[in-house]
Design a protein around this ligand. Structure first.
Ligand code: GDP
Ligand code: IMO
Ligand code: MG
Length: 429
């Protein structure tokens, strides 16, 4: 089996972690290809809850090799905290492979992320404050620090000195913060070198050889399509490529080896941070959906903004990513709602459109056009086939499927690994 890509179709937190974990025992490698510890994936196994940020979700499957690809940015302190926490719960991270080309989040970028947001005031993005944006900016500016640099002190010293020459000016002269000391930053980074050494690998080569041997490789996105730096609601996005194209650049696997693209989509919408959100529900309605779905951030604990399912967003994700299969998650959260509205298009300046508009300002002005479906009362968390669903829930799924541009292969009816309806095998035909 060639490579499989798994991405988020909305604004993140669709349940990618659970879907990856579900496939974990059947795939040989799970590769995180973008983002860093801005991600938060909650996985529930036999009632046991795990929150992962930097480690690929495959780490919880015994026979699966987790890989942090070259497209990821790594906060080393967080990496080892997460490994320690996992090992304290009897799970091993020994098989983890980390790309020598991945970038490291130096301490000055976490500081810069936070002060930049504070300085922006009402124009803030609402970032996770983890140093993600400044570290990807450094990568593009060619002043980034890579994992491999930690193994050559002279090179690391030169890079940190060059970066701080610039960053200290910004920190002290613009943000009125204390300049950072080169030696202190160096010694912090170098304190991780020996612990990091056994995990570091030529991961692109490793994955190519695995594919040549017929192994299955799952490329797992952090964030989601609407947060992608190119295809999302720029500038209210993260700073990496969270779409299927990013899976190739972020891992070194070429597009010709990808046979399937799985998109995770929630049965309603959520978003954390600033930016346009046409179907957003405010006040009590938003609170009700947030409480029903327990929509609070895995990473920052922030309450997630909530809204109804947005068909143009899902269809856009299907196109941008070449989606072959959708996993529709959290259908159980809609149980008990008298009716379930679905946004089937937008009205923008008096004109009805069915797809994502061309510009960001049009999207910000988009007024959702809803089609309303009757709700259902029966608990669906025990459903394991479509036939187990109440007719109204089945009709909702069928209607959504007919509008979003690819089949719905799995339906989530609860957070647990087993709480899923598999309509089509995600690894089968
Ligand atoms: P990710 O960032 O895409 O991996 O998603 P998160 O883990 O941040 O958020 C998804 C949340 O929904 C987690 O708490 C999951 O345990 C939970 N979840 C996933 N699928 C389902 C589902 O089908 N039903 C319910 N009720 N919860 C789910
Ligand atoms: P997972 O992988 C939801 C959002 C932040 C902010 C914007 C930019 O769990 O789906 P950043 O710190 O990345 O520069 O913040 O992106 N964001 C997420 N929202 N889920 C995530 O990850 C996110 N990662 C970043 O809230 O609006
Ligand atoms: Mg999340």
């Amino acid at each position: 089996m060639p490579a499989i890509v798994l991405i988020g179709a909305q604004w993140g937190d669709e349940g990618k972690g659970k879907a990856t974990d579900l496939l974990g025992s059947r795939v040989d490698y799970v590769v995180k290809f973008n983002g860093g510890n801005n991600a938060g994936h909650t996985i529930v196994i036999n009632g046991d809850k795990f929150a992962l940020h930097l480690l690929p979700s495959g780490i919880l499957s015994e026979n699966c090799i987790p890989v942090i690809g070259n497209g990821v940015v790594i906060d080393l302190e967080v990496l080892f905290q997460e490994i320690d926490a996992l090992e304290a719960r009897g799970r091993s991270a020994a098989k983890l492979r980390i790309s020598a080309d991945a970038h490291v989040i130096p301490p000055y970028n976490t500081t810069l992320d936070k002060v930049t947001e504070r300085f922006a005031g009402s124009r803030k993005i609402g970032t996770t404050g983890r140093g993600i944006g400044p570290t990807y900016a450094d990568k593009m500016n060619r002043i980034g620090i890579r994992v491999q640099d930690l193994f050559d002190e002279a090179i690391l010293r030169g890079k940190v000195t060059a970066a701080l020459n610039l960053k200290n000016q910004i920190l002290s002269k613009i943000y009125n913060r204390r300049a950072l000391d080169v030696e202190a930053v160096l010694s912090e980074l170098l304190s991780y070198t020996e612990r990091l050494r056994p995990y570091v690998d030529n991961t692109a080569l490793l994955l190519h050889e695995a594919l040549d041997e017929g192994k299955t490789v799952l490329l797992e996105a952090g964030q989601a399509t609407m947060l992608d730096v190119d295809h999302g609601n720029y500038p209210y996005v993260t700073s990496s490529s969270a779409t299927a194209g990013g899976a190739c650049t972020g891992s070194g696997i070429p597009p010709t080896r990808v046979s399937r693209v799985i998109a995770i989509v929630k049965a309603y919408s959520t978003r954390v941070g600033e930016g346009p959100f046409p179907t957003e529900l405010l006040h009590e309605k938003g609170d009700a959906l947030r409480n029903a779905g327990v929509e609070f951030g895995t990473t920052t604990g922030r309450p997630r903004r909530t809204g109804w399912f947005d068909v143009p967003v899902a269809r856009y994700a299907a196109r941008i990513n070449g989606v072959t299969d959708f996993v529709l998650t959290k259908l159980d959260v809609l149980t008990g709602m008298p009716e379930v509205p679905v946004c089937v298009g937008y009205e923008i300046d008096g004109q009805r459109i069915a797809d994502m508009p061309m510009t960001q300002s049009e999207f910000a002005r988009a007024v959702p056009v809803y089609e309303t479906f009757p709700g259902w009362e029966d608990d669906i968390s025990k459903a394991r086939s479509l036939d187990d669903l109440p007719a109204n829930a089945r009709d909702y799924v069928t209607a959504v499927e007919s509008m979003i541009g690819a089949r719905i292969s799995v339906i989530g009816v609860g957070p647990g690994r087993e709480e899923s309806i598999v309509v089509h095998d995600l690894l089968g035909d």
